[in-house]
Design a protein around this ligand. Structure first.
Ligand SMILES: Nc1ncnc2c1ncn2[C@@H]1O[C@H](C[S@+](CC[C@H]([NH3+])C(=O)[O-])CC(=O)[O-])[C@@H](O)[C@H]1O
Ligand SMILES: O=C(O)C(=O)Cc1ccccc1
Length: 242
């Protein structure tokens, strides 16, 4: 198979922190599909949400765009006058390849790809903001300010799609859903070694909140209408409407 993820297949003596470098960018489509239950369903739904929520003369943001899977789906689903898509990631390896992917297909709406920290950018006149498995990598202390900035940048009736890995307060259900995720990875061909090495590389880098913590943060930022619309094991996606 082309660009199969084998990054954690061999034993690593000193495990470093997971980072979105060239090596990860090269295998990313395979990695995310085999690691995140429901990923392709969520990408399709982002297309449907785009078709329903995009408004003329507004911006659509994909924050933590990686290779642009969500960006492409957004672009495929909007043809309104005056719309612009802004795709942002702070990994130059991802941003470079994202631009190539976007250039490989035609679209009606312009896309700007930016290499930047999503905590530093301006968000303005947005009808849709997508955070597809990105907030979990933002330091906890910065998450509230980011969600608040998104709320303030949305037009009335605008929507935030927030997909995350979740932690659960109940130890029994937490462990069951965690193990089911590992079963999903095993079923997709990852070995015990790959699963455990990647888990330790991610430990301090990806820090999930509970569904309730995410809901509360969205509500505290001002969102009145918040719902979990998809969940598979410990992964899921929420919509928050202004
Ligand atoms: N502060 C930050 N600023 C900008 N980018 C960031 C930041 N922190 C992390 N990233 C970027 O967020 C992305 C997270 S992956 C998103 C998948 C994509 N949304 C998809 O729909 O395929 C999810 C995953 O790998 O589980 C990476 O590309 C990081 O470089
Ligand atoms: O692989 C995992 O265990 C995950 O939790 C998801 C993931 C997917 C892609 C990059 C980083 C984390």
């Amino acid at each position: 198979m082309k660009n199969k993820d084998t990054l954690f297949a061999a034993p690593v003596a000193q495990m470093g922190n997971f980072s979105f470098d060239e090596n990860v960018a090269e295998v990313f489509p395979d990695m995310i599909k085999r690691s995140v239950p429901g990923y392709s369903n969520i990408i399709s739904a982002i297309g449907m949400i785009t078709a329903r929520f995009a408004k003329e003369n507004t911006r659509l943001y994909d924050l933590g765009c990686s290779l642009g899977a969500a960006t492409l789906e957004m672009r495929r689903n909007v043809s309104l006058a005056g719309c612009e898509i802004i795709a942002v990631d702070n990994s130059s390896a991802m941003v470079e390849r994202c631009q190539l992917h976007l250039d490989a297909y035609k679209g009606e709406v312009p896309v700007k790809v930016q290499c930047a920290d999503i905590c530093d950018i301006k968000i303005e006149n947005a009808s849709l903001v997508v955070l597809n498995f990105t907030l979990q990598f933002v330091p906890k202390a910065e998450r509230h300010a980011l969600i608040k900035k998104i709320y303030q940048g949305l037009v009335p009736g605008g929507v935030l799609v927030l997909s995350e890995k979740f932690h659960f307060d109940n130890d029994v259900t937490h462990n069951v859903l965690f193990e089911l995720h590992h079963d999903f990875k095993r079923a997709n061909g990852y070995s015990e070694l790959e699963i455990s090495q990647k888990r330790s590389a991610l430990e301090d880098v990806m820090v999930p909140d509970t569904v309730e913590q995410n809901k509360q943060r969205l509500q505290q930022a001002g969102f009145e209408h918040v719902e979990l619309w998809f969940q598979c094991f410990n992964f899921g996606s929420m919509v928050a409407i202004k």
